[in-house]
Design a protein around this ligand. Structure first.
Ligand code: ATP
Ligand code: LTN
Length: 327
């Protein structure tokens, strides 16, 4: 069975973008192979974060994984920092990725452009090295991610080619698995920008009260065209709401267009709000149950045990290949 791997940074409140682009996809894939789904807490340190906030977010993220339907008997859920092989492998792999390619990464450019040069940590620059280590450490083939992470997976593929050319067939080649619909949910207040947890404007949070969600959707930025039609160039706001609706219901864009033919944006937004609110109400109910069950710590412990088993073998294989391992 193929190994499936992905992670989410516990940097803030999870958004509907994280849910549709990543978490929902993890749930759909969990029967297709053994999943390794981690909380990328080491990655969360690449930008300043309060220690208590990081701890709380990490637990919360694990609880949301479970609430969304990840089954701890099928999926290994763990903290990245509980498997020291991630950091050990990154130290080795950093020698096979280059300054030029790292400085071309969009995520690095976006995040560092708002910072003074003296304040940009090495970890932010080397972020894709650790991410490549995460991926190859589990011999994973399938990497479910949102659109913004494709570039990092592609870089990992370059690294695998480079490494295997030099040392033989050591690393398994991964590929990004991206949802056809919903890989890039946009901000409700600026539908030309990605909805992201570090940029709260226009976000829907998984913890938002239904009334808040409804208000955000009803005031989402749209256009003057006045018909529900999928056209991300001309109608980015409406297309984004259609994407949200389609991802959560499975309805195609054509079906949605037909359903709302001749109807106004008010009716359409109300329908989107109903769907999102009902999905979030169910999710929040299960989240509460998970938190109250005290299951999170046990799941993380079990996940880390299995993750360490797999990761230590791959790390050993790499150490041997480059000449470090001598037994
Ligand atoms: P940050 O704002 O802290 O950089 P983020 O909200 O972009 O965070 P990540 O932790 O970087 O979230 O992403 C976790 C997963 O969710 C990744 O696979 C990412 O591609 C996906 N994702 C994030 N935002 C969206 C979005 N707006 N639409 C679809 N997928 C998304
Ligand atoms: N970089 C990702 C989180 C992440 C990840 C990974 C995703 C860290 N390691 C490995 C897939 C595979 C992000 O910022 N969303």
């Amino acid at each position: 069975m193929d190994h499936i791997l992905s992670g989410i940074k516990p940097t803030g409140q999870l958004t509907l973008g994280n849910y549709i682009g990543a978490i929902n996809k993890f749930v759909k894939l969990q029967d297709k192979g053994e999943s390794f789904l981690f909380i990328a807490d080491l990655h969360a340190l690449t930008l300043p974060i309060d220690p208590e906030v990081l701890r709380t977010n990490s637990r919360d993220l694990a609880a949301f994984y479970l609430a969304a339907g990840l089954d701890p008997n099928k999926s290994n859920i763990f903290l990245q920092s509980d498997v020291s092989a991630h950091a050990e492998l990154a130290i080795i792999l950093q020698n096979y990725l280059y300054m030029g390619e790292l400085s071309r990464m969009t995520q690095f450019k976006d995040k560092s452009s708002k910072m003074k040069e003296e304040a940009i940590g090495l970890g932010l620059f080397a972020y894709p090295v650790l991410m490549a280590a995460d991926i190859v450490l589990y011999d994973s083939k399938v990497i479910p991610v949102g659109e913004d992470q494709i570039q990092h997976v592609e870089l990992t593929r370059d690294l695998v080619k480079r490494f295997n050319n030099r040392y033989g067939d050591v690393l398994v080649m991964p590929r990004a698995e991206v949802a056809k619909v919903g890989a890039r949910i946009m901000s409700l207040s600026d539908p030309t920008k990605k909805m992201s947890k570090s940029d709260p404007k226009g976000d829907i949070y998984l913890k938002d009260e239904p009334a808040v969600i409804r208000k955000k959707i009803m005031s989402a930025v749209t256009d003057m065209e006045a018909h529900v039609h999928y056209d991300p160039e001309k109608q980015p706001g409406i297309s984004n709401l259609m994407t949200i609706m389609s991802s959560l219901t499975g309805k195609s864009f054509e079906e949605i267009e037909k359903e709302f033919e001749g109807k106004g944006y008010g009716d359409f937004k109300r329908a989107v709000a109903d769907i999102v609110c009902s999905e979030m109400e169910n999710l929040q109910k299960r989240y509460k149950e998970v938190i109250e069950s005290g299951l999170v710590d046990k799941v993380l412990e079990k996940g880390a045990k299995r993750a360490n088993e797999v990761a230590s073998k791959v790390l050993e294989r790499v150490q041997k290949a480059v000449g470090l391992y001598h037994k």
